[in-house]
Design a protein around this ligand. Structure first.
Ligand code: NI
Ligand code: MN
Length: 227
């Protein structure tokens, strides 16, 4: 079981085999995560899916204060190095890397990517996080894509962190299809309710997944869970 502390939007602190992995740190500017303190977040490794502001808002500060190893595409790790954080691992889609006994595979995401100042941030991505007993797909920001079937062919997922807020990413119907395609029966919804464009109807979404026999968690920022 992976321990998860949901910090709002697409930010999660996962604990797998004793390693703390934080995804897309965006807390200080998230109005829905006002009760979460960035200084409470602990990270050995930070994964960054793409360069948009709602995924890198607290990246530089958290990387520096924790001295975590930041795993992301080459363009994002270079940007971080230029800001004085050198503990990085540049990757690109399709690549595998093992750190602290955890295997990370960078996989395709269908989205866009640029830094908050508009400069080029490489291609958006997702990650497979494979520990001894856990195998979790963090999808980043993405639309539904048939590439998710490749994940099912290669991995035996124990859970997936999938965007469900619609508008900028896939929404509930496609997120359900994504879960079926990548072969998981356990989903933690991310990238929903943070702002108006991505508000979802919880009851309707929960029913959709329940009817399909897939467990869906729609956590509140600050909530802890296990998958
Ligand atoms: Ni985005
Ligand atoms: Mn986003």
């Amino acid at each position: 079981m992976a321990k998860i502390w949901y910090l709002g939007h697409s930010t999660l602190q996962l604990e797998i085999d004793g390693v703390r992995i934080v995804t897309d740190p965006f807390i200080s500017d998230n109005p829905k995560a006002a009760d979460v303190n960035v200084s409470d977040v602990e990270a050995d490794i930070i994964l960054v899916s793409h360069g948009h502001g709602d995924h890198v808002g607290d990246l530089v500060e958290l990387a520096k204060t924790t001295d975590a190893e930041v795993i992301s595409c080459f363009e994002i790790t270079t940007w971080l190095e230029n800001q004085g954080h050198s503990n990085v691992r540049p990757m690109n889609i399709g690549g595998n890397y093992v750190s602290r006994g955890i295997r990370f595979k960078m996989v395709n995401a269908v989205h866009s990517s640029s830094f908050p100042d508009g400069s080029y941030a490489g291609n958006p991505a997702g990650f497979i996080i494979e520990g001894q007993n856990d195998c979790i797909y963090f999808a980043g920001d993405t639309a539904l894509t048939y590439d998710m079937k490749l994940i099912n062919e290669e991995f035996d997922l124990t859970g997936a962190l999938l965007p469900v807020g619609d508008n900028f990413t896939m929404g509930p119907d496609d997120t359900l299809k994504a879960a079926q395609m990548c072969g998981t029966d356990r989903v933690v919804g991310i990238h929903f309710d943070t702002f108006g464009f991505i508000e979802i109807d919880h009851e309707q979404t929960e029913k959709l997944f329940e009817d399909a026999g897939i467990e869906l968690f729609l956590p509140n920022p600050g909530e802890e869970l296990e998958i």
